[in-house]
Design a protein around this ligand. Structure first.
Ligand code: OOB
Length: 578
């Protein structure tokens, strides 16, 4: 927010009115951005021959999200696109034509506010209808959203803004008892690149959204459209550059695989900035099919069941703990859930027992989904036999998704049906994180496979069964916690000499976090004190350790590294005793 070269359409931003990172259409994507030295490592493109293959196969069609909305508005003009509300407009219903027009106005308003094609903007919006015109407005202006979650706080937002050198932050005011605008302003004051904070729901934003629409140069469909966040395993979340072409392919196929039709109604239950409710099939898949999206302000069964009944919702997606809560709540609800046809469950492993209860309890079909913001998404198919739907996490979207299951130590392919580490590459899986050359060297194989960190088994039919994880990440009911990120926060405490964060099995969330802490000499930090300390450092609540165990020292491995395996074993032994 401090002094900054806010020149629009000038200097490094100007490309003859074209997008930054642009290359000739049909040419290969060199991924080079127009921001000089800063752009290094911004986007690792697919090799030219591979990209040519994806184009020839019809996966990449050279369409941007802005152009998609234009064609959807023509095809479905008066049909409902999105339903929902916020404090200012509690009962919003926009048709495709209205959404299209509002996105045009917001695009022009953003351009007038000084944002230029290629600029990154941290976007933090809850599940409100305005999410859609804002995101499509950004896409039309060539501005790249960095999709923060509503749960993120100062520490994460500052990291996203600084790492992406964001030009702005777009957020809401007060939401769920947190003043998002205040946090955004605090981050803007600390990160030089951030020139403005736009608060959706404010008078200023309504003025911006009233700007006269005008034609803006359509960005490059093979250029980066936005940055998603990785769950991460080392330090702070990595940024994931996705292109219009690659993402649109996954959206189009997801909509088809999940059976979306123009008369479907998709309930956005989870926070829509996340890859799963955004694109698997998510709000974008629903739009693509000409279907309506209902924005659920909260994911609890009462809220969701009320909306399912009122809007005749046909499909939604949840994480396993939520599915379990809905199954329980369904037994004593008066709501009419008969419109619901499909419940997607993913983000974390859906156990067999839960899988078996979903259909009978909710009167719908279960569809398992195993995906990642980096790309690969697997679904069980709606016509798969029950055994596959209940017992596997499905098979990849694309015939061109390449899957390898390897021995984590040797890297050699395991025998068919054996457990190993999952590697993947394909037409919508990234080849590198944004500005992360060092991390990319280990997160990807030299020939471009992404190391997912998941341990899987492959069935003869090509389905994957997720059996575990090799990465230092805790999957807290679908919310990902990087052990190292929390360890770093704990180690910032004076009384902490060392910290190790591991997963503890949890009957409801699947896993919770336990922080093992070795106190500094003479210090005796307590669990509540450390939890409060981490919370006050401004992190998402789901990252605050659920348990804290103060120990004298950590078990170490042969080479002297902290043995998380032994810590987990100690925890399991503790749990057995209780
Ligand atoms: C989804 O995306 P992310 O990026 O938050 O997390 C990806 C990781 C996977 O690598 C895996 O560890 C875990 O989440 N995961 C699952 C799973 N779905 C995701 N583990 C076991 N079973 C499943 N069904 O979580 C995501 C993105 C798109 C669609 C669905 C989920």
């Amino acid at each position: 927010m401090s002094a900054h070269h806010g020149v629009r359409g000038g200097g490094a931003h100007s490309h003859g009115g074209h997008n930054d990172g642009v290359h000739a259409h049909g040419g290969h994507n060199d991924g080079v951005h127009a921001h000089g030295a800063h752009s290094h490592g911004a986007h690792t493109p697919w090799p030219p021959d591979v990209a040519a293959r994806y184009r020839a196969a019809g996966h990449w069609r050279g369409q941007t999200f802005g152009a998609l909305l234009t064609s959807l508005a023509a095809a479905y003009a008066d049909r409902t696109a999105v339903v929902g509300g916020d404090v200012r407009r509690p009962d919003t219903r926009w048709t495709f034509a209205e959404l299209d027009e509002r996105a045009h106005r917001i695009a022009a308003g953003l351009a007038d506010s000084g944002l230029a094609p290629g600029d990154r903007v941290v976007l933090q919006l809850p599940n409100i209808p305005e999410f859609l015109p804002v995101v499509f407005g950004m896409w039309r202006a060539g501005v790249l959203p960095v999709f923060a979650l509503p749960a993120h706080r100062h520490s994460e937002l500052r990291h996203f803004a600084a790492h992406s050198e964001a030009a702005a932050i777009i957020t809401v005011g007060e939401h769920e008892r947190h003043d998002h605008a205040a946090t955004a302003h605090a981050v803007a004051a600390e990160v030089d690149s951030v020139r403005q904070v736009l608060v959706v729901g404010s008078d200023e934003f309504d003025d911006l959204a009233a700007t006269a629409p005008r034609e803006l140069a359509d960005p490059d469909p093979e250029g980066v459209a936005f940055l998603q966040l990785s769950g991460g395993s080392t330090g702070l979340p990595k940024l994931i550059p996705r292109t219009h072409d690659d993402y649109l392919y996954s959206v189009r196929e997801s909509a088809r695989i999940c059976g979306l039709r123009p008369d479907s109604v998709y309930l956005a239950t989870l926070p829509v900035s996340h890859n799963y409710p955004l694109s698997s099939p998510g709000v974008l898949g629903a739009l693509h099919a000409g279907a309506a999206t209902v924005m659920a302000p909260r994911p609890d069964a009462d809220t969701a069941f009320r909306l399912i009944e009122a809007e005749r919702v046909t499909i939604t997606g949840v994480v396993p703990p939520l599915a379990a809560a809905w199954v329980q709540a369904a037994a004593r609800t008066d709501r009419d859930l008969s419109s619901l046809e499909v419940l997607l469950v993913g983000g974390a492993k859906c156990g067999r027992e839960l899988a078996e209860r979903i259909g009978p309890a909710l009167g719908c079909r279960l569809q398992q989904v195993f995906g990642m913001a980096e790309g690969l998404v697997c679904y069980t198919r709606l016509d798969d036999p029950e055994e596959i739907v209940l017992g596997t996490q499905g098979r990849p979207i694309s015939p061109d998704d390449e899957i390898r299951v390897v021995d984590p130590d040797t890297g050699a392919d395991v025998a068919p049906g054996e457990t190993g580490a999952l590697l993947t590459r394909g037409p919508y899986t990234i080849r590198g994180y944004y500005r992360a050359d060092e991390h990319n060297a280990t997160a990807f194989t030299p020939d471009g496979f992404y190391r997912t960190g998941d341990l899987v088994r492959r069935t003869p039919g090509g389905q994957l069964e997720v059996v575990g994880r090799a990465k230092e990440q805790i999957n807290r009911g679908g919310e990902k916690v990087a052990a190292e990120e929390v360890e770093n926060h704990l180690m910032a405490h004076q009384g902490v000499l060392d910290a190790a964060v591991v997963a503890v099995p949890d009957p409801y969330l699947g896993e919770r976090t336990c922080a093992y802490v070795v106190p500094a000499a003479g210090a005796s930090p307590t669990g509540p004190e450390l939890r409060k300390f981490v919370r006050e450092r401004g992190v998402a609540a789901f990252k605050v350790p659920d348990l804290v165990e103060v120990v004298e020292q950590f078990p170490v491995t042969g080479v002297g590294k902290t043995s998380k395996r032994e810590l987990r074993a100690a925890l399991a032994a503790l749990a057995r005793k209780q």
